[in-house]
Design a protein around this ligand. Structure first.
Ligand code: ZN
Ligand code: ZN
Length: 462
C-alpha cells in the first residue's frame, strides 16, 4: 500500500453503541430511510458512471477506464480513502470509509470487466453500480449516525476468466479482518439472495503418438487422434453416471492434421468441468482423468494433462440473505419475480449454472451474491448474449441495480449495528462449511481413486 495514493479526510467521532438484540433495532428503519434518501440523491451521477462503464467495455485485467472513473468518483467523496492499482494489480483498487472506531468491517465487490466481442453482456456495469451505491449509502449512514466500524469497496478486476481478481485479493490478504462480503449479479430470471453457483476447472489434454505413412506402414505409427477419440467416447459414457449439476464440455483443439493418409502423431483437447461444489469437482476430475488415460492406454500414446483450477462454488449466507430480503421488500413497488420464501434445505437455493470468483470468497467468509432480474431485451437473451448487453445498458436496468444497492446497504448496516446478528452470520457460515464437507464424503466411494499417472511419455525405438 502506498500511503501517498490515499485521499484521506478526518471525521468527527462520537460513536453510537451498537444494538445488542437483533430482533429489536428501533433505529433500523431510520437508517434505511437515510439509505434511500442518499441513493435517490446520487441517482444521476451514478447513472452517468454506469453508462460510461457500459459504453466503454474493457476485458479482464484491462479495465483501465473503469478503474479511473470509479476511483476518481470516490476521491471526490468526503471521508473516503482510495488506493488505486491496489495489491500489485493495475486495474484493482480499494476504497475505505473508516469511522475511526473499532467495529465490524463490511465489504462490497465492484466488478468491472466485459466479454470479448460482446461488451458488457454480463452486466458488470450494473454490479459496479449496485456495489458503489451500497458502499456510499452505508458510509453516509455511518457518518450521520456515528456508527462504529468500516466499509470497504474492492474494485475486483477479471471475473471473466480463470484467475479472478477476487482470488488474487484473497491470496494477498486483502480480505483479512473483513467480516462479510456482499455483491450482486444481474440476469433476467431471478430476484434472490440465496444464489448458489457452480465450481469449475479446466483440463488441457495432449496425446503424443508417432507419425507413420497411413498406407505403406501404419503399423509403425501410434495414433494420437485415436487416443483422443477413445477418450472422448469414454467421457461420453461417463456422462450417464454423473451427478445433477455436473457438466463436462470438451473442445478438440488439435485433431492431428488435415491429411488422411498419415498416422497422427499429436492431438489435443480442452475439457471444462462444472459441478455444484468444489469438493464434487475433485471427485469428477478424477473420473474424467481416468477416461483420458484410457485412450492413451488403448493406443500406447503418451499423455499430458494440465489441470487449472477455476472458481469454487458460491455458498450464500442465509442470515445475510434474510436481512437483504427484509430491505428489498421494504422498498415500494418490488419488481417481478418476488424473492422466493426461504426454506431450510437445499431446495430453497436458487441454482445458477455458472461460476464466479465470489464463490472462493464465500468459502473464506460469509457472503451473498444476490441475483436480480432486469427487464429482458427483445430476444429475452440471458447473460453472455448481445441481447443482454443491450438490456444491461438501460435506465430501468440501472434502477434495479440501485434498488439492489439500497437493500445491500441495509444488510451491511444490520451487520454494523447488531453484534448478535453478526454472531448468527458467522455461526451459519461455520455450519455451511461443515455441512458441505459431510455431504461430499457421502458421495464418495464406488469408484477407483486417481493413481497419479497423468504424465506418461514413451521412449520410442525407431
Ligand atoms: Zn459472465
Ligand atoms: Zn458476470
Amino acid at each position: 500500500m502506498e500511503e501517498d495514493s490515499f485521499v484521506f479526510v478526518e471525521i468527527e467521532d462520537i460513536i453510537q453503541q451498537p444494538q445488542q438484540n437483533p430482533s429489536h433495532n428501533p433505529r433500523a428503519s431510520e437508517y434505511f430511510h437515510d439509505v434511500e434518501k442518499c441513493l435517490d440523491n446520487l441517482e444521476v451521477p451514478l447513472w452517468e458512471l454506469n453508462s460510461f462503464i457500459h459504453k466503454n467495455p474493457e476485458l479482464a485485467f484491462r479495465e483501465f477506464k473503469a478503474h479511473n472513473a470509479l476511483t476518481e468518483f470516490l476521491k471526490l467523496r468526503p471521508c473516503w480513502r482510495v488506493m488505486p492499482s491496489a495489491y500489485g494489480m493495475e486495474t484493482a483498487w480499494v476504497a475505505e470509509y473508516d469511522s475511526g472506531h473499532a467495529g465490524p468491517v463490511v465489504s462490497f465487490n465492484v466488478e468491472m470487466d466485459a466479454l470479448p466481442d460482446l461488451g458488457h453482456a454480463c452486466g458488470h456495469n450494473l454490479i459496479a453500480s449496485a456495489s458503489m451505491a451500497a458502499g456510499l449509502a452505508t458510509a453516509e449512514v455511518m457518518k450521520r449516525h456515528k456508527l462504529a466500524g468500516k466499509v470497504i469497496l474492492f474494485g475486483t478486476p477479471g471475473e471473466e476468466g480463470y484467475k479472478g481478481g477476487k482470488i488474487l485479493f484473497l491470496e494477498k490478504g486483502a480480505y483479512e479482518n473483513v467480516d462479510v462480503s456482499l455483491i450482486s449479479h444481474p440476469g433476467i430470471l431471478h430476484n434472490s439472495p440465496l444464489v448458489r453457483t457452480t465450481a469449475f476447472a479446466r483440463l488441457e489434454v495432449e496425446y503424443f503418438g508417432r507419425a507413420a505413412h497411413g498406407g505403406k506402414e501404419p503399423w509403425k505409427g501410434i495414433n494420437a487422434l485415436d487416443a483422443l477419440v477413445i477418450s472422448y467416447n469414454a467421457v461420453a459414457a461417463l456422462r450417464q453416471q454423473t451427478m445433477p449439476g455436473d457438466v463436462i464440455g470438451i473442445a478438440i483443439t488439435n485433431g492431428g492434421g488435415k491429411a488422411t493418409n498419415i498416422i497422427h502423431s499429436y492431438a489435443a483437447c480442452v475439457c471444462m468441468l462444472h459441478t455444484r461444489t468444489a469438493l464434487r469437482l475433485e471427485e469428477l476430475q478424477q473420473k474424467v482423468r481416468a477416461c483420458f488415460r484410457a485412450g492413451a492406454e488403448a493406443t500406447g500414446s503418451g499423455i499430458n494433462i494440465t489441470w487449472t483450477p477455476g472458481y469454487e462454488d458460491h455458498m450464500p449466507n442465509r442470515v445475510l440473505a434474510a436481512s437483504y430480503t427484509k430491505y428489498w421488500d421494504l422498498i415500494p413497488d418490488p419488481p417481478q419475480p418476488p424473492i422466493p420464501e426461504p426454506g431450510p434445505g437445499e431446495e430453497s437455493f436458487t441454482w445458477v449454472p455458472s461460476s464466479t470468483d465470489q464463490g472462493n470468497l464465500s468459502h473464506a467468509m460469509p457472503s451473498i451474491n444476490v441475483s436480480f432480474a432486469i427487464p429482458p431485451g427483445p430476444k429475452a437473451g440471458q447473460p453472455h448474449t448481445p441481447d443482454f448487453e443491450g438490456a444491461a445498458g438501460t435506465r430501468e436496468a440501472f434502477r434495479r441495480a440501485l434498488r439492489v444497492g439500497k437493500a445491500l446497504a441495509g444488510t451491511a448496516i444490520d451487520v454494523l449495528t447488531q453484534p448478535a446478528l453478526l454472531d448468527e452470520v458467522r455461526k451459519q457460515w461455520e455450519h455451511d462449511m461443515d455441512s458441505i464437507g459431510r455431504q461430499e464424503l457421502m458421495n464418495q466411494g464406488g469408484w477407483l481413486l486417481y493413481d497419479g499417472r497423468d504424465q506418461r511419455h514413451w521412449n520410442y525405438k525407431s
